[in-house]
Ligand binder design. Structure first.
Ligand code: COA
Length: 267
């Protein structure tokens, strides 16, 4: 269902049902909750990359197992399936370490949820995205409508919600649904380079920075300003390496790096 490969600080997490285009069924969703719990406390994972096996990132929710079979079991079975799927996307959104969605191929419907949950996203030029819900008679639920409202312009979101047309990785990058797209042959190397950049940074600061951004997006201005002061002060307490003092010292006293051009060296 899910495979994990550790490689120099990066955990490559692969949704692994290629015969079903990595559609998310209840078993996969429950497993992803466990995987995130495990990786959060695993030092081999400093950056998480989420991708899909074969030619698909994920074909969205499993129409047979997530919808039809679960609905047949009744209301509570549906709620439980929703808890697990929404649950792992929420866990990923607030994951302790930075995350990158590596969109290698098909990305439909419900797959926009883990795409959004990841802090960064890189797509293959050749990847195909679509809000296909309209094509089979439902609205983009499971937070997908909210996700596209947050990430895309209103005209573009509404266009793809209503038409169900597909778009490729280049278009996704143009719309800022992903950070950028590259030819599929270069995708993994490009994601690895971003991960290597993140690995140089203070991990406490990375977590505080991503949370701060995600929180302030939904806050009024003054509350955000206050929250950012408090969040930095909490970081000062949590970061026992006192990174910010090191950062100042290595620039001002030691003159060993320039903060404008790269990260300070961590002990
Ligand atoms: N739910 C359940 N099964 C799915 C699925 C999904 N979302 N997406 C693919 N599958 C299954 C197919 O039923 C098929 O199963 P089978 O081999 O037992 O017949 C298998 O995966 C391969 O799918 P197929 O359609 O033959 O692959 P393809 O490469 O020709 O097309 C897609 C790929 C992604 C374009 C196509 O599978 C598709 O449209 N999937 C649904 C996408 C969608 O609407 N998702 C939104 C859900 S919210």
């Amino acid at each position: 269902m899910v495979s994990i490969e550790f490689d120099n600080g990066v955990a490559w997490v692969t949704l692994n049902r290629p015969d079903k285009r990595n559609a998310m069924n209840p078993t996969l969703n429950a497993r992803m909750l466990e995987v995130l719990d495990e990786l959060e406390v695993d030092d081999r994972c400093q950056v998480l990359v989420l991708t899909g096996a074969g030619d698909s990132f994920s074909a969205g929710m499993d129409l047979k197992e997530y919808f039809r079979e679960t609905e047949a079991k009744g209301h509570m079975a549906t709620r439980r399936a929703q808890r697990d799927s929404y649950g792992w996307w929420r866990r990923l959104r607030w994951f302790e370490k930075p995350s990158i969605a590596m969109v290698n191929g098909w990305c439909f419907g419900g797959a926009f949820s883990p795409l959004f949950a990841c802090d960064l996203a890189v797509a293959a030029d050749e990847a195909q995205f679509g809000l296909s819900e309209i094509n089979w008679g439902i609205i983009p639920g499971g937070n997908v409508t909210k996700v596209v409202a947050d990430l895309m312009s209103q005209r573009e979101a509404m266009y793809y919600i209503l038409t169900g047309e597909t778009f490729d990785g280049r278009k996704a990058a143009e719309m800022k649904l992903v950070n950028f797209s590259v030819p599929r042959a270069e995708l993994r190397a490009r994601v690895r380079a971003i991960a290597d950049n993140l690995l140089e940074k203070n991990p406490h600061t990375l977590k505080a920075a991503k949370d701060a951004f995600k929180r302030v997006v939904e806050m009024p201005f003054d509350a955000a300003e206050d929250y950012l002061v408090v969040r930095q002060e909490s970081l000062n307490f949590l970061d026992k390496s006192e990174g910010r003092k090191q950062g100042i010292k290595q620039f001002i006293d030691d003159k060993t790096y320039r903060p404008g051009l790269g990260a300070y060296k961590r002990g």
